[in-house]
Design a protein around this ligand. Structure first.
Ligand SMILES: [Zn+2]
Length: 650
């Protein structure tokens, strides 16, 4: 246990802005600071830090709390662990008791994997510096490549001893369980046979954003062609390759300060650039960039420069992946190194000043770069040139921002010698194609799913032919905020909590109460969203605005343009003055309830009419049935009205 005095000192030292800004780039907004939420995926910042109150609050997903809560949440730590984490950051001494056998066998598997990885890093590092084998093989490799000791220590590189299981044995002797050694991939285990995965390799630990080791890359020093040069840890509970960038932990502060990120390919490229003094650099470790990795960079800066080796092989192939980066709305530049150079060799040759000067002079905008590169191979070939235009415009068309897009069109028009209007037409065509491809994919997925059960609909009163305001409002929020995390809910059976999204909440509420509108347009949108709740690539906005059925697309567009009028409604009600996205946890249940209340009132009207009609025939059973339904609706109406407060809907 940590004593109260120490806890107080930790909390006093851990100012919320200092803690959060390790992970999120914050910009001043009045007395508060604003950034992109690290807990949910968002494009516009709704994550707010109040230094005065010492708290953070995300108006997108609802997460909030103090600096200890932030670390608990972000690093998946328990309360005492988060305190220790902060104590370390702010140099506050915490007396740690000797780790007992039980503590080593922590219940939390994730934490156990982290602990094992941390132990392995320390073991490999010690081995590199202190053991004969480590020094003569591992350290001399780094020294030959003229890496300085401070850089090797900064990245905590190491060496895994050669042999069958020297590392595994050492770890087991220290009490680390084989289960976790195996899960982290450090040990490969078959029925009655084991070996160290990284034996004889120099080790590059991969850190998460908080600086804890979650995985390794190991480079072999043998020249045997049959052995893979680089070997990485397998995917585990703490390591997902597609969500990690090598060097981000060491680069994030500088990325945020310089508002720029350099992307290179390998571990040693990152080390060399640090050594030359350029620290805002990360590596994709040889894999194609993933959207998750791009979002990681975007948390710290929207500006990325991709550095390519001098030899051009492979550049064309990698161009396509960059469209993903453009799609995220980032500013992408490309730097081509001189022939025969790679980021590692070039950094060593140039030093920081020379390198940065070279970058400044030679980095080109991605679209320009792509255009020029492709132009070279299309001279005097009109067909190839037409293909090139389509290709370049394909990249322009994915850029989300209209103004940026028009700047590029101007530039491309100049470079390609093609009229701007023609390029605009091409962009429109491509955007249409992109949405059509999207549609086709959707349709294919739809086709694979079982047919949705027909909703039970009752009669059709005349007032149902047009969509009422509550229905529109319901759909507008559903389309706009469908994927936003709303709040935590508890599973009735397992008592476990999980985040529910706006879409899930809205679907559950209406289907659960069997209150889905009879309106055809409403049903179309509602069920298409419902059937895509699990679809990660589903963008309801794009889906409906570019819907194949023009009626749907027109309706969705109207829904969007009605925004301001609708927001005033919320303000007029006196309850809210904030942006609707900031208060979804309040708004959504309210909108659902207003919808239900209106729906129930309509159903009651229908029943009243039905009772009148039946009464004439004196069918008592039928009347009793209708009246009991009516009473149920009345009860629901009363409850909803009370929930909604004094505001009444007629
Ligand atoms: Zn959030």
């Amino acid at each position: 246990m940590i004593d109260h005095g120490t806890i107080d000192r930790i909390i006093d030292a851990a100012h919320i802005s200092d803690v959060v800004s390790d992970f999120v780039t914050l910009r001043k907004r009045g007395v508060n600071q604003l950034g992109l939420c690290p807990f949910h995926n968002e494009k516009t910042p709704s994550f707010t830090v109040s230094p005065a109150k010492g708290i953070f609050k995300c108006f997108g997903c609802g997460k909030g709390g103090n600096s200890v809560n932030f670390i608990m949440e972000h690093e998946s730590l328990s309360y005492p662990e988060a305190l220790k984490w902060l104590a370390k950051k702010f140099n506050i001494e915490v007396k740690e008791e000797e780790e007992t056998e039980e503590q080593k066998q922590l219940k939390d598997a994730r934490e156990s994997l982290m602990i094992v990885s941390g132990y392995a890093q320390k073991y490999f590092t010690r081995f590199l510096w202190e053991e004969n084998e480590g020094r003569t093989i591992g350290l001399s490799y780094f020294r030959e490549r003229s890496f300085r000791d401070d850089i090797l220590k900064k990245f905590e590189v190491g060496f895994a001893p050669d042999g069958k299981t020297p590392f595994t044995e050492a770890a087991q002797k220290q009490g680390y369980k084989i289960e976790f050694l195996e899960k982290t991939g450090l040990t490969i285990k078959r029925d009655n046979w084991m070996r160290d995965r990284f034996a004889g390799r120099v080790m590059f630990p991969i850190h998460n954003l908080a600086g804890r080791v979650t995985a390794f890359g190991g480079r072999t020093l043998t020249t045997d062609k049959k052995i893979a040069k680089y070997l990485n840890s397998p995917e585990s509970e703490i390591y997902h390759k597609s969500r990690v960038l090598y060097g981000l932990f060491q680069a994030k502060r500088e990325m945020s300060r310089t508002d720029k990120c350099y992307l290179v390919e390998g571990y040693t490229d990152v080390l060399s650039m640090h050594q030359s003094g350029i620290e805002n650099v990360v590596a994709s470790s040889g894999t194609a960039l993933t959207p998750d990795q791009i979002r990681l960079v975007k948390r710290f800066t929207p500006n990325i420069t991709i550095i390519y080796d001098g030899d051009q092989a492979g550049i064309k192939a990698s161009l396509r992946g960059i469209d993903l980066v453009l799609e995220e709305g980032m500013n992408v530049k490309v730097l081509l190194l001189p022939d025969g150079e790679d980021p590692d060799s070039f950094a060593k040759k140039m030093g920081a000043t020379g390198y940065l000067e070279y970058i400044k002079k030679n980095e080109t905008d991605f679209i320009q770069f792509k255009t020029r590169l492709l132009l070279k191979s299309t001279e005097n070939d009109p067909i190839a040139k037409a293909r090139l235009i389509t290709d370049v415009i394909g990249s322009v068309a994915v850029i989300p921002d209209t103004i940026t897009r028009s700047v590029y069109i101007k530039e491309c028009s100049r470079l390609l010698g093609v009229d701007e209007q023609i390029l605009y037409t091409e962009v429109r065509k491509q955007k249409f194609k992109q949405s059509a491809d999207f549609q086709k994919k959707e349709l294919r997925e739809q086709a694979r799913k079982p047919v949705a059960p027909k909703p039970q609909v009752s009669s059709t009163a005349p007032q149902l032919t047009r969509m009422i305001i509550e229905e529109k409002e319901f759909l507008r929020f559903m389309v706009k905020h469908c994927k936003t995390e709303l709040f935590e809910v508890e599973d009735e059976e397992t008592k476990e909590t999980h985040m529910i999204t706006v879409g899930e909440f809205m679907v559950d509420e209406l289907e659960g109460d069997d209150l889905v509108s009879e309106n055809k347009m409403f049903q179309k949108i509602f069920y298409e969203i419902r059937d895509n709740l699990e679809n990660k690539d589903f963008d309801p906005w794009k889906h409906f605005i570019y819907h194949q059925e023009s009626q749907v697309s027109k309706f969705a567009t109207d829904l969007v343009s009605e925004k301001h009028q609708e927001s005033r409604r919320w303000k007029k009600s006196g309850a809210f003055t904030e942006d609707e996205a900031d208060i979804l946890d309040i708004l959504i249940p309210r909108i659902v309830n207003e919808y239900k209340l209106r729906k129930i009132k309509l159903m009651m009207m229908e029943i009243e009419k039905a009772i009148d009609k039946v009464a004439a025939n004196t069918d008592f059973d039928k009347i009793i049935e209708l009246q009991s339904t009516y009473m149920n609706l009345k009860r629901a109406e009363k409850e909803l009205s009370e929930n909604l407060g004094s505001r009444t809907i007629n």
